[in-house]
Design a binder for this molecule. Sequence first.
Ligand code: SF4
Ligand code: SF4
Length: 320
Amino acid sequence: MIRPGSAEDISGYVVNLQHFSTHDGPGIRTTVFLKGCTLRCKWCCNPETIAPKPELAFNLKLCIGVKECGRCIPVCPEQALHVLDSDGKVRVNWDLCSNCGKCVEVCPSKALYHFGSAMTVTEVLAEVEQDGGFYSESGGGITLSGGECLMQPEFSAALLKEARARGLTTAIETAGNVPWKFMAMVLPYVDTMLHDYKLTDPVAHRRWTGVENTRILENFRRAYDEFPDIDFIARIPLIPGVNDDEAHIDAVLAAVLPYPNVSGLELLPYHRYGDSKYGFLGQVYALEDFTSPAPEQLARLRMRISEQFSKRNPQGLRSQ
Ligand code: SF4
Ligand code: SF4
């Protein structure tokens, strides 16, 4: 039962929940993707998580046409919807749209829909707990991702605190580019923190992600120092031509190996997903020439990491 004003009442903006995740922390997990991100990575495949609040999306293929339907155009208060004569289907003028959601309510085919919605802690956990049996058998639980889950620190902290109280293990995925006080609010309720070292060179970091990395690196160091019981897993989303060089791998190794609570360094090979989501949001995917890493390069870098972690900790290796 929700107690008025209680932590279970706190709501946040959620993009979606993904059940049966096996790469977002230990065991089988439910990953909750939150809205809002502070980075603008050029290779981003989740543009629907960037804006902090729900936003309109439009899938032209699902529009059944104004002759058969046409319900959305008259309800739009901004005159942001019109019909294109050539195919009889609707188009959105994204400059005029205020994201009021009125067209979403009347669209029968879900051509118009929202990326993201407000959910309370109770609502999220009700959906997460549907997978309860799998958690107890696998050591899994809930993982908060995004976007940047630390952009909604009150919601994330309340959600993880309540998840723990219900016996779930907790994990977050973060890029770390938030004020330290946000991180400090959430980490007391975290068992595993998966955190990205996208680039270690500050100039390259700004070029590829739009922000500097000074605060990120400081936050990670401080987190390792102040939360010795958290299992930290460093990760590199590996993008050829951006960060697949040995200098970056070595710099990350130098940053994490002194800390025994950083249990591993994983490479996440880039795969191109989600270009279509840019179109659904009325945006253009700016750079289209990123490729996946070659298997040999991936194997070579993983071997480099394994060797270094093995030297530090022959028993507890986790570096893939
Ligand atoms: S969300 Fe609101 S403003 Fe935007 S197109 Fe739909 S009705 Fe119009
Ligand atoms: S309400 Fe939906 S299906 Fe109907 S015309 Fe508008 S976008 Fe197309």
